[in-house]
Write a protein that binds this ligand. Structure first.
Ligand SMILES: Nc1ncnc2c1ncn2[C@@H]1O[C@H](COP(=O)(O)OP(=O)(O)OP(=O)(O)O)[C@@H](O)[C@H]1O
Ligand code: SF4
Ligand SMILES: [Mg+2]
Length: 392
């Protein structure tokens, strides 16, 4: 059994209306039936466009959001069904690192106090002296000097603050850390250092990660398995290498085609799939395959009426599309105004836009990873963000 197993998790937020009596007039289907497994000591990378439900899913695992339906089985216990008092014991073992390190650290507390607070609440360390010793050890592990303890969050750089966020999780000796966009707020060079740090800590402490990001380049280096989310559901899941070598779902193909390739020759020749339109509202998701309103391969049958399940297409590569095999074999053709560009040399040749059923082709939307530089992972001794401003 995997350390963490999600089984058909749904998180629906009620939409209320009315001045005196709150009436539920609809729901935001933020997470709508996600099943995935995270193996002990491994990293599961969850990617997808802004608003597709990644954070909601991460928060649901920790029961910070109510789970509408489904199971979250951690180490054999279904957290979704656990009374809140019993959930407390599990909270320590499942920690979260947030995107915005400054916003998640109390500006009026020094680092020692921030880190000791959680330890005291969970009964870690018998007294302040023992907690202080542990905090010193963890600060050293995350690459911060021990004098950081008496300083305040605003005295640190963005990368250092994220190290503090990681230290805050680590002092509680967790088994699983959910990293929600752990490097999105950081410069690219610092991003790589924080990713390296997470990898080193995983190796030395045997941690299990669920890493959430909108940028495929960020999760690529760190993930064993990657799940691609679209509008509340997983559309593809595969071991990291297999996903990058051959994405099979049309949405993943579009995401991958937007990630720049370091080889200039390949970069010049690669085909980019630019998706049309915005992500539909999760309060009113499309019927059938949720991607059918933007899918370049949408077919007349099934796509708009039947939601495709996530099925194993071989070697643990799972895809939720009715036409995976046909698209792979080239026996179904693209149907929707494509927005596909073949970039040849320095010339960009836009493929002729096929008229959509409605008429005009819309302008292509930005997809995750597009325009984002790939994360260059430097030598692990990089220490650009390690000095404490104003002293050492
Ligand atoms: N408490 C809430 N009440 C109502 N709707 C919510 C709530 N929290 C999130 N949502 C909605 O659920 C959807 C998914 O939000 P979520 O924050 O999980 O997306 P995300 O994939 O993490 O996006 P991002 O990449 O921008 O962080 C969004 O439409 C959001 O507006
Ligand atoms: S099921 Fe249809 S709309 Fe959905 S991804 Fe496959 S081809 Fe596209
Ligand atoms: Mg989010």
């Amino acid at each position: 059994m995997s350390l963490l197993e999600l089984d058909g998790v749904k998180v629906h937020f009620p939409v209320k209306k009315g001045l005196f009596f709150d009436r539920t007039v609809g729901h935001v289907y933020a997470v709508d039936g996600v099943s995935l497994s995270v193996e002990s000591g491994q990293t599961y990378g969850l990617v997808g466009e802004s608003g597709c439900g990644k954070t909601t899913l991460g928060r649901a695992v920790l029961r910070l959001n109510d789970i509408t339906e489904g199971g979250v089985v951690f180490d054999g216990t279904d957290l979704a069904k656990l009374p809140s008092e019993e959930m407390r014991a599990f909270r320590r073992r499942l920690q979260m690192v947030f995107q915005d390190p400054l916003g998640s650290l109390n500006p009026r507390q020094n680092i020692e106090s921030i880190l000791a607070e959680g330890m005291a609440a969970h009964g870690i360390g018998k007294d302040a002296a023992e907690r202080r010793k542990k905090i010193e050890d963890i600060l050293a592990k995350v690459g911060l000097p021990s004098n950081a303890m008496s300083r305040y969050p605003h005295e640190f750089s963005g990368g250092q603050r994220q190290r503090i966020g990681i230290a805050r999780a680590l002092v509680l000796e967790p088994d699983v850390i959910i990293c929600d966009e752990p490097v999105s707020a950081l410069d690219v060079s610092v991003q790589a250092q924080v990713i390296n740090l997470l990898e080193e800590l995983q190796e030395s402490l045997g941690l299990t990660y669920l890493v959430i990001a909108h940028d495929l380049a960020v999760v690529r280096h760190i993930s064993d398995v990657i799940g691609v989310m679209y509008l509340g559901g997983l559309v593809e899941e595969a071991p990291s290498d297999a996903l990058y070598a051959g994405p099979r779902h049309p949405y993943t193909k579009a995401l991958m085609s937007a990630v720049p390739v370091p080889d200039p020759e390949v970069e010049d020749r690669r085909e980019r799939i630019l998706l049309h339109g915005d992500l539909p509202s999760p309060a009113n998701p499309p019927t059938g395959c949720r991607f059918h309103t933007r899918c370049p391969w949408v077919q007349e049958t099934k796509c708009a009426t039947e939601r495709p399940p996530l099925l194993d297409t071989g070697d643990g590569h799972k895809v939720a599309c009715h036409f995976t095999a046909e698209i792979e074999a080239g026996t179904v053709k693209q149907t929707l105004a494509t927005g596909i560009e073949a970039v040849i040399g320095t010339e960009t040749v836009a493929a002729e836009a096929v008229e959509t059923a409605e008429g005009e082709a819309e302008s292509p939307a930005k997809v995750p990873g597009q325009g984002d530089a790939p994360v260059a992972v430097p030598a692990k001794d990089g220490a650009q963000d390690q000095g404490v401003p104003g002293g050492s």
